[in-house]
Design a protein around this ligand. Structure first.
Ligand code: NIG
Ligand code: FE
Length: 406
Protein backbone atom coordinates (compact mmCIF):
# COMPACT_ATOMS: atom_id res chain seq x y z
CA UNK A 1 0.00 0.00 0.00
CA UNK A 2 1.33 3.44 -0.82
CA UNK A 3 2.25 5.86 1.93
CA UNK A 4 1.83 9.59 1.36
CA UNK A 5 3.93 12.04 3.33
CA UNK A 6 2.55 15.48 4.14
CA UNK A 7 5.62 17.34 5.35
CA UNK A 8 6.71 20.78 6.58
CA UNK A 9 3.39 21.50 8.30
CA UNK A 10 2.44 23.24 11.53
CA UNK A 11 0.08 20.80 13.21
CA UNK A 12 -2.77 21.40 15.67
CA UNK A 13 -3.30 17.73 16.52
CA UNK A 14 -5.59 18.10 19.59
CA UNK A 15 -3.81 15.13 21.17
CA UNK A 16 -1.19 14.95 23.93
CA UNK A 17 -0.58 17.47 26.66
CA UNK A 18 0.65 20.51 24.65
CA UNK A 19 -1.90 23.30 24.17
CA UNK A 20 -3.59 22.68 20.80
CA UNK A 21 -1.57 19.45 20.54
CA UNK A 22 0.84 21.76 18.75
CA UNK A 23 3.72 20.44 16.61
CA UNK A 24 5.74 23.32 15.15
CA UNK A 25 7.49 21.42 12.34
CA UNK A 26 5.27 18.43 11.84
CA UNK A 27 4.41 15.78 9.31
CA UNK A 28 1.65 13.28 8.62
CA UNK A 29 1.83 9.96 6.82
CA UNK A 30 -1.39 8.64 5.29
CA UNK A 31 -2.18 5.23 3.84
CA UNK A 32 -5.52 5.02 2.05
CA UNK A 33 -8.13 6.71 4.20
CA UNK A 34 -6.08 6.58 7.46
CA UNK A 35 -3.36 8.59 9.16
CA UNK A 36 -0.63 6.05 9.96
CA UNK A 37 1.84 8.45 11.54
CA UNK A 38 1.74 12.03 12.90
CA UNK A 39 4.43 13.95 14.77
CA UNK A 40 7.56 16.10 14.53
CA UNK A 41 9.09 15.68 11.08
CA UNK A 42 12.52 15.08 12.62
CA UNK A 43 11.13 11.91 14.20
CA UNK A 44 9.66 10.48 10.98
CA UNK A 45 10.46 6.74 11.01
CA UNK A 46 13.26 5.88 8.55
CA UNK A 47 11.36 2.82 7.34
CA UNK A 48 8.22 4.83 6.45
CA UNK A 49 8.24 3.64 2.76
CA UNK A 50 7.02 6.96 1.40
CA UNK A 51 5.73 6.72 -2.16
CA UNK A 52 4.33 10.23 -2.58
CA UNK A 53 5.22 13.52 -0.94
CA UNK A 54 3.45 16.87 -0.38
CA UNK A 55 5.55 19.78 0.87
CA UNK A 56 3.11 22.05 2.73
CA UNK A 57 5.71 24.84 3.05
CA UNK A 58 4.97 25.59 6.68
CA UNK A 59 1.18 25.76 6.33
CA UNK A 60 -1.19 25.08 9.23
CA UNK A 61 -2.96 21.69 9.27
CA UNK A 62 -5.89 20.82 11.55
CA UNK A 63 -8.27 17.88 11.72
CA UNK A 64 -11.28 18.16 9.41
CA UNK A 65 -14.16 20.01 11.05
CA UNK A 66 -17.17 18.09 12.36
CA UNK A 67 -20.57 19.83 12.28
CA UNK A 68 -22.34 17.60 14.79
CA UNK A 69 -25.83 19.19 14.81
CA UNK A 70 -27.69 20.26 11.67
CA UNK A 71 -31.17 20.04 10.19
CA UNK A 72 -29.86 20.32 6.62
CA UNK A 73 -32.71 18.62 4.72
CA UNK A 74 -35.78 20.85 4.36
CA UNK A 75 -37.91 22.74 1.88
CA UNK A 76 -38.61 26.47 1.79
CA UNK A 77 -37.28 29.16 4.10
CA UNK A 78 -38.52 31.24 7.04
CA UNK A 79 -37.41 34.73 5.99
CA UNK A 80 -40.96 36.05 6.52
CA UNK A 81 -40.99 34.58 10.05
CA UNK A 82 -37.73 36.43 10.72
CA UNK A 83 -39.50 39.68 9.82
CA UNK A 84 -42.41 38.76 12.14
CA UNK A 85 -39.97 38.18 14.98
CA UNK A 86 -38.31 41.54 14.30
CA UNK A 87 -41.75 43.11 14.70
CA UNK A 88 -42.11 41.57 18.14
CA UNK A 89 -43.57 38.04 17.74
CA UNK A 90 -41.63 35.44 19.70
CA UNK A 91 -40.36 32.09 18.36
CA UNK A 92 -42.78 30.32 20.74
CA UNK A 93 -45.77 32.48 19.72
CA UNK A 94 -45.15 31.77 16.03
CA UNK A 95 -44.83 28.04 16.76
CA UNK A 96 -48.04 27.95 18.81
CA UNK A 97 -49.88 29.76 15.99
CA UNK A 98 -48.98 26.90 13.62
CA UNK A 99 -45.96 28.59 12.00
CA UNK A 100 -42.35 27.84 12.84
CA UNK A 101 -41.33 24.19 12.42
CA UNK A 102 -44.78 23.35 11.01
CA UNK A 103 -44.41 25.79 8.11
CA UNK A 104 -41.13 24.08 7.17
CA UNK A 105 -42.90 20.70 7.45
CA UNK A 106 -45.45 21.84 4.86
CA UNK A 107 -42.72 23.07 2.49
CA UNK A 108 -40.69 19.89 2.98
CA UNK A 109 -43.65 17.62 2.25
CA UNK A 110 -44.35 19.58 -0.95
CA UNK A 111 -40.76 19.24 -2.19
CA UNK A 112 -39.68 16.31 -4.36
CA UNK A 113 -36.79 14.06 -3.29
CA UNK A 114 -34.69 15.67 -6.01
CA UNK A 115 -35.47 19.20 -4.79
CA UNK A 116 -34.64 18.24 -1.20
CA UNK A 117 -31.41 16.58 -2.31
CA UNK A 118 -30.24 19.46 -4.51
CA UNK A 119 -30.96 22.09 -1.85
CA UNK A 120 -29.25 20.09 0.90
CA UNK A 121 -26.25 19.27 -1.33
CA UNK A 122 -25.77 22.97 -2.08
CA UNK A 123 -25.81 23.71 1.66
CA UNK A 124 -23.41 20.87 2.42
CA UNK A 125 -20.96 22.17 -0.21
CA UNK A 126 -20.87 25.57 1.50
CA UNK A 127 -20.02 23.88 4.82
CA UNK A 128 -17.40 21.66 3.12
CA UNK A 129 -15.72 24.70 1.57
CA UNK A 130 -14.80 25.79 5.11
CA UNK A 131 -13.31 22.41 5.96
CA UNK A 132 -16.27 20.41 7.28
CA UNK A 133 -15.48 16.74 6.61
CA UNK A 134 -18.15 15.11 8.82
CA UNK A 135 -21.74 16.31 9.02
CA UNK A 136 -24.67 15.21 11.14
CA UNK A 137 -28.12 15.65 9.58
CA UNK A 138 -31.40 15.28 11.47
CA UNK A 139 -34.81 14.52 10.06
CA UNK A 140 -37.72 16.29 11.74
CA UNK A 141 -39.39 18.24 8.95
CA UNK A 142 -41.25 15.25 7.50
CA UNK A 143 -43.21 14.17 10.58
CA UNK A 144 -45.01 11.34 8.76
CA UNK A 145 -43.65 7.83 8.30
CA UNK A 146 -43.01 8.35 4.58
CA UNK A 147 -41.69 11.90 4.80
CA UNK A 148 -39.35 11.14 7.68
CA UNK A 149 -37.90 8.16 5.78
CA UNK A 150 -37.60 10.32 2.65
CA UNK A 151 -35.60 13.01 4.48
CA UNK A 152 -33.30 10.43 6.10
CA UNK A 153 -32.76 8.77 2.71
CA UNK A 154 -31.87 12.14 1.16
CA UNK A 155 -29.33 12.68 3.96
CA UNK A 156 -27.83 9.21 3.35
CA UNK A 157 -27.66 9.93 -0.38
CA UNK A 158 -25.70 13.13 0.37
CA UNK A 159 -23.12 11.00 2.16
CA UNK A 160 -22.73 8.84 -0.96
CA UNK A 161 -22.69 11.75 -3.43
CA UNK A 162 -20.23 14.02 -1.60
CA UNK A 163 -16.82 13.17 -0.15
CA UNK A 164 -17.83 14.05 3.42
CA UNK A 165 -19.15 11.59 6.02
CA UNK A 166 -22.85 12.03 6.86
CA UNK A 167 -24.34 10.74 10.12
CA UNK A 168 -28.12 10.68 10.26
CA UNK A 169 -30.33 11.26 13.29
CA UNK A 170 -34.05 10.53 13.45
CA UNK A 171 -35.88 13.53 14.95
CA UNK A 172 -39.51 12.59 14.39
CA UNK A 173 -40.20 13.97 17.89
CA UNK A 174 -39.51 17.53 16.70
CA UNK A 175 -43.05 19.00 16.65
CA UNK A 176 -46.63 17.82 16.55
CA UNK A 177 -47.61 17.33 12.88
CA UNK A 178 -50.71 19.32 11.83
CA UNK A 179 -52.87 16.22 11.20
CA UNK A 180 -52.70 15.32 14.91
CA UNK A 181 -53.77 18.74 16.16
CA UNK A 182 -57.07 18.68 17.98
CA UNK A 183 -57.00 14.89 18.55
CA UNK A 184 -57.40 13.83 22.17
CA UNK A 185 -54.00 13.13 23.61
CA UNK A 186 -52.48 14.27 20.33
CA UNK A 187 -48.85 14.41 21.48
CA UNK A 188 -49.03 10.99 23.08
CA UNK A 189 -50.67 9.48 19.99
CA UNK A 190 -48.03 11.00 17.74
CA UNK A 191 -45.19 9.71 19.93
CA UNK A 192 -46.65 6.19 19.73
CA UNK A 193 -46.65 6.45 15.93
CA UNK A 194 -43.15 7.96 15.78
CA UNK A 195 -41.85 5.09 17.94
CA UNK A 196 -43.48 2.58 15.60
CA UNK A 197 -41.59 4.02 12.57
CA UNK A 198 -38.15 3.53 14.10
CA UNK A 199 -37.66 -0.24 13.52
CA UNK A 200 -38.21 0.12 9.75
CA UNK A 201 -35.95 3.21 9.56
CA UNK A 202 -33.32 1.25 11.43
CA UNK A 203 -33.73 -1.88 9.30
CA UNK A 204 -33.36 0.25 6.15
CA UNK A 205 -30.04 1.55 7.48
CA UNK A 206 -31.30 5.12 7.66
CA UNK A 207 -30.51 6.00 11.29
CA UNK A 208 -27.36 6.38 13.38
CA UNK A 209 -28.99 8.03 16.41
CA UNK A 210 -32.35 9.24 17.76
CA UNK A 211 -33.11 12.75 18.98
CA UNK A 212 -36.15 14.62 20.37
CA UNK A 213 -37.15 18.21 21.17
CA UNK A 214 -37.99 18.21 24.87
CA UNK A 215 -39.56 21.59 25.64
CA UNK A 216 -42.83 23.40 26.18
CA UNK A 217 -43.42 23.71 22.42
CA UNK A 218 -41.98 20.23 21.81
CA UNK A 219 -42.51 17.10 23.88
CA UNK A 220 -42.62 16.39 27.60
CA UNK A 221 -39.91 14.40 29.39
CA UNK A 222 -42.32 11.44 29.64
CA UNK A 223 -42.98 11.52 25.88
CA UNK A 224 -39.27 11.94 25.20
CA UNK A 225 -38.55 8.91 27.37
CA UNK A 226 -40.84 6.76 25.21
CA UNK A 227 -38.75 7.70 22.15
CA UNK A 228 -35.58 6.86 24.09
CA UNK A 229 -37.02 3.47 25.07
CA UNK A 230 -37.79 2.70 21.43
CA UNK A 231 -34.25 3.72 20.46
CA UNK A 232 -32.70 1.67 23.27
CA UNK A 233 -34.74 -1.35 22.18
CA UNK A 234 -33.01 -1.15 18.79
CA UNK A 235 -29.58 -0.45 20.26
CA UNK A 236 -29.55 3.08 18.83
CA UNK A 237 -27.81 5.89 20.75
CA UNK A 238 -29.80 8.96 21.76
CA UNK A 239 -29.27 12.73 21.76
CA UNK A 240 -31.55 15.51 22.96
CA UNK A 241 -32.56 19.09 22.18
CA UNK A 242 -32.53 19.88 25.89
CA UNK A 243 -33.24 22.97 28.01
CA UNK A 244 -33.25 25.34 25.02
CA UNK A 245 -36.23 27.50 25.99
CA UNK A 246 -36.91 26.20 29.51
CA UNK A 247 -35.51 23.69 32.01
CA UNK A 248 -37.35 20.38 31.68
CA UNK A 249 -34.55 18.32 33.32
CA UNK A 250 -34.25 16.75 29.88
CA UNK A 251 -30.47 16.53 30.12
CA UNK A 252 -30.66 14.31 33.21
CA UNK A 253 -33.23 12.10 31.46
CA UNK A 254 -31.01 11.81 28.37
CA UNK A 255 -28.00 11.04 30.56
CA UNK A 256 -29.93 8.14 32.12
CA UNK A 257 -30.10 6.70 28.60
CA UNK A 258 -26.35 7.24 28.10
CA UNK A 259 -26.95 10.05 25.58
CA UNK A 260 -24.11 10.88 23.19
CA UNK A 261 -24.98 14.56 23.56
CA UNK A 262 -27.40 17.10 24.93
CA UNK A 263 -27.73 20.15 22.73
CA UNK A 264 -28.58 23.87 23.22
CA UNK A 265 -28.60 23.81 27.09
CA UNK A 266 -29.23 27.51 27.77
CA UNK A 267 -31.43 26.53 30.77
CA UNK A 268 -29.33 23.56 31.96
CA UNK A 269 -29.41 22.97 35.74
CA UNK A 270 -26.61 21.90 38.08
CA UNK A 271 -28.17 18.44 38.41
CA UNK A 272 -28.29 18.19 34.61
CA UNK A 273 -24.57 18.98 34.44
CA UNK A 274 -23.74 16.36 37.07
CA UNK A 275 -25.80 13.73 35.24
CA UNK A 276 -24.11 14.55 31.92
CA UNK A 277 -20.67 14.32 33.51
CA UNK A 278 -21.47 10.93 35.05
CA UNK A 279 -22.79 9.58 31.73
CA UNK A 280 -19.96 10.99 29.59
CA UNK A 281 -22.49 13.03 27.59
CA UNK A 282 -21.13 15.84 25.40
CA UNK A 283 -22.64 19.35 25.73
CA UNK A 284 -23.30 20.67 22.21
CA UNK A 285 -23.52 24.47 22.32
CA UNK A 286 -25.26 26.25 19.45
CA UNK A 287 -24.33 29.94 19.34
CA UNK A 288 -26.13 30.46 16.00
CA UNK A 289 -29.54 29.69 17.54
CA UNK A 290 -28.73 31.70 20.67
CA UNK A 291 -27.82 34.68 18.48
CA UNK A 292 -30.62 34.39 15.93
CA UNK A 293 -33.38 33.99 18.55
CA UNK A 294 -31.82 36.89 20.47
CA UNK A 295 -31.70 34.68 23.54
CA UNK A 296 -30.45 36.31 26.72
CA UNK A 297 -29.89 33.22 28.89
CA UNK A 298 -26.36 31.94 28.39
CA UNK A 299 -25.57 28.23 28.64
CA UNK A 300 -23.67 27.57 31.91
CA UNK A 301 -20.25 27.34 30.26
CA UNK A 302 -18.18 27.89 33.41
CA UNK A 303 -20.08 25.17 35.30
CA UNK A 304 -19.68 22.76 32.36
CA UNK A 305 -15.98 23.59 32.28
CA UNK A 306 -15.60 23.15 36.05
CA UNK A 307 -17.41 19.80 35.89
CA UNK A 308 -15.22 18.62 33.00
CA UNK A 309 -18.12 18.05 30.60
CA UNK A 310 -16.73 18.13 27.03
CA UNK A 311 -18.21 20.98 24.98
CA UNK A 312 -18.86 20.82 21.25
CA UNK A 313 -19.96 23.63 18.90
CA UNK A 314 -22.19 23.22 15.85
CA UNK A 315 -24.13 25.35 13.36
CA UNK A 316 -27.58 23.87 14.17
CA UNK A 317 -28.23 24.80 10.53
CA UNK A 318 -32.02 24.99 10.10
CA UNK A 319 -34.41 27.48 8.49
CA UNK A 320 -36.01 28.70 11.72
CA UNK A 321 -33.60 29.24 14.57
CA UNK A 322 -30.19 29.14 12.87
CA UNK A 323 -29.95 29.67 9.09
CA UNK A 324 -26.16 29.52 9.51
CA UNK A 325 -23.80 28.39 6.76
CA UNK A 326 -20.49 28.83 8.57
CA UNK A 327 -18.99 26.62 11.26
CA UNK A 328 -16.02 29.04 11.33
CA UNK A 329 -18.40 31.85 12.30
CA UNK A 330 -19.70 29.60 15.11
CA UNK A 331 -16.09 29.29 16.37
CA UNK A 332 -15.97 33.06 16.70
CA UNK A 333 -19.45 33.28 18.26
CA UNK A 334 -18.62 30.53 20.77
CA UNK A 335 -15.78 32.77 21.96
CA UNK A 336 -17.50 36.16 21.81
CA UNK A 337 -20.97 35.12 23.04
CA UNK A 338 -20.24 32.08 25.23
CA UNK A 339 -16.69 33.02 26.33
CA UNK A 340 -15.08 29.77 25.28
CA UNK A 341 -11.35 30.01 24.73
CA UNK A 342 -10.31 29.69 21.08
CA UNK A 343 -8.78 26.30 21.89
CA UNK A 344 -12.00 25.11 23.59
CA UNK A 345 -13.99 26.27 20.57
CA UNK A 346 -11.64 24.42 18.21
CA UNK A 347 -11.83 21.22 20.24
CA UNK A 348 -15.59 21.79 20.06
CA UNK A 349 -15.64 21.57 16.25
CA UNK A 350 -13.17 18.69 16.06
CA UNK A 351 -12.56 16.10 18.75
CA UNK A 352 -15.56 16.85 20.98
CA UNK A 353 -17.92 17.16 18.00
CA UNK A 354 -16.79 13.72 16.84
CA UNK A 355 -17.51 12.32 20.34
CA UNK A 356 -20.99 13.90 20.21
CA UNK A 357 -21.59 11.62 17.22
CA UNK A 358 -20.05 8.57 18.90
CA UNK A 359 -17.08 8.71 16.50
CA UNK A 360 -13.68 7.95 18.00
CA UNK A 361 -11.85 7.67 14.68
CA UNK A 362 -11.65 11.38 13.88
CA UNK A 363 -11.28 14.85 15.34
CA UNK A 364 -7.54 14.60 16.06
CA UNK A 365 -4.38 14.15 13.99
CA UNK A 366 -2.96 10.85 15.22
CA UNK A 367 -2.07 7.40 13.93
CA UNK A 368 -5.20 5.33 13.35
CA UNK A 369 -7.48 8.31 12.79
CA UNK A 370 -9.32 8.88 9.52
CA UNK A 371 -7.26 11.01 7.14
CA UNK A 372 -9.67 13.96 7.22
CA UNK A 373 -7.69 17.17 7.51
CA UNK A 374 -7.55 20.77 6.35
CA UNK A 375 -4.67 22.97 5.17
CA UNK A 376 -5.21 26.62 6.04
CA UNK A 377 -3.96 29.99 4.86
CA UNK A 378 -3.32 30.97 8.48
CA UNK A 379 -0.46 30.68 10.91
CA UNK A 380 -2.42 29.44 13.92
CA UNK A 381 -5.98 28.14 14.48
CA UNK A 382 -6.70 30.95 16.94
CA UNK A 383 -6.89 33.23 13.88
CA UNK A 384 -10.06 31.47 12.70
CA UNK A 385 -11.70 32.07 16.09
CA UNK A 386 -10.65 35.73 15.90
CA UNK A 387 -11.57 36.78 12.36
CA UNK A 388 -15.10 36.34 11.14
CA UNK A 389 -16.47 36.35 7.62
CA UNK A 390 -13.20 35.08 6.10
CA UNK A 391 -12.64 31.57 4.81
CA UNK A 392 -8.92 30.76 4.87
CA UNK A 393 -9.44 27.06 4.01
CA UNK A 394 -6.89 26.21 1.29
CA UNK A 395 -7.02 22.41 0.87
CA UNK A 396 -9.42 19.76 2.13
CA UNK A 397 -8.48 16.09 2.47
CA UNK A 398 -11.35 13.63 2.94
CA UNK A 399 -10.24 10.12 3.85
CA UNK A 400 -6.83 10.71 2.26
CA UNK A 401 -8.28 12.16 -0.97
CA UNK A 402 -8.06 15.83 -1.81
CA UNK A 403 -11.35 17.52 -2.71
CA UNK A 404 -11.04 20.15 -5.38
CA UNK A 405 -14.73 20.52 -6.15
CA UNK A 406 -15.63 23.49 -3.95
O1 NIG B 1 -32.43 23.17 16.95
N1 NIG B 1 -35.40 23.54 18.77
C1 NIG B 1 -35.83 22.84 17.90
N2 NIG B 1 -35.31 22.63 16.69
C2 NIG B 1 -34.49 23.49 15.93
C3 NIG B 1 -35.25 24.61 15.29
C4 NIG B 1 -36.20 24.11 14.34
C5 NIG B 1 -36.93 25.19 13.58
O2 NIG B 1 -37.23 26.28 14.11
O3 NIG B 1 -37.21 24.89 12.40
C6 NIG B 1 -33.31 23.98 16.73
O4 NIG B 1 -33.22 25.14 17.14
FE1 FE C 1 -31.41 21.68 16.37
Amino acid sequence: MSHTLWRHARLATFTGTEPWGWVERGALVTEGDRIVWAGPEAQLPRDAHITAENDLQGALVTPGLVDCHTHLVYGGDRAAEFEQRLQGASYEQIARAGGGIRSTVAATRRATDEELFNAAAARARVLMAEGVTTLEIKSGYGLSEGDEARCLAVARRLGRALPLTVRTTSLAAHALPPEYAGRPDAHSAYIADACSWLPAQHAAGLVDAVDAFCDTIGFTPAQTERIFQAAAGLGLPVKLHAEQLSNQEGAALAARYGALSCDHLEHLSASGIAAMKAAGTVAVLLPGAYYFLRDTTLPPVQSLRDAGVPMAIATDHNPGSSPAFSLLLMLNMACTLFRLTPEEAWRGVTVHAARALGLNDRGTLAAGQRADFVVWDAGHPREMAYRFGLNPCRRRIFGGLEDTST
